[in-house]
Design a protein. Structure first.
Length: 175
């Protein structure tokens, strides 16, 4: 192929964007053939692609490290409560703790050693009370409920806390 045909062929090659045009013009100004320009282009793109991949790997690693911390935080919840004798139901809004904590699951649990499962629990808590309306005389209309102020991952204290899953179904369902 002579120089004139090669030049005509290179000019008829469709290009995509300024980067390709720049690489092809840089290759032709150095007297490179179309195949050499293509190799140069692939090397340039491979280098760019490698840098993009490296950046994505670094971002993914940072995300994994940041996201690896336990996530035990305050959350707003609604609790429905009622006393059967009062014949009514009210819903209160409060805060509770929710999330996950690191746990250790040994392959073989030794029955002689204590087993501690860390869960997301109240760190600081206060209590508020509400008076249920329309209760008959002789029925205590006061209901006290916890309000979480802060949370932490620790072993659940069954003396002061119900350690099971929170029931999201209304407590005031009529039978």
């Amino acid at each position: 192929m002579n120089k004139q045909n090669q030049s005509a062929r290179e000019s008829s090659v469709p290009t995509r964007g300024i980067a390709v045009d720049g690489i092809l013009s840089a290759a032709s100004s150095r007297g490179l053939s179309l195949s050499a320009a293509a190799s140069f282009f692939v090397a340039a793109i491979s280098g760019e692609l490698m840098m993009v991949c490296m950046r994505l790997v670094v971002v993914a690693m940072c995300w994994a490290v940041v996201g690896a911390d336990p996530h035990c935080d305050l959350t707003n919840i609604s609790i429905s409560m009622g006393i059967e004798e009062c014949g009514n139901c009210i819903t209160i809004n409060t805060t509770s703790c929710t999330g996950w904590c690191f746990s250790e699951y040994p392959m073989h649990r030794n029955s002689m050693s204590p087993y501690f499962q860390h869960t997301c629990n109240f760190k600081e808590v206060t209590y508020e009370s509400v008076t249920l309306p329309d209760c008959p005389e002789g029925v205590d209309p006061n209901f006290t409920y916890p309000v979480a102020l802060s949370c932490e991952c620790n072993q659940c204290n069954t003396d002061t806390t119900e350690c099971g899953k929170v029931n999201v179904v209304s407590g005031c369902l009529r039978h």
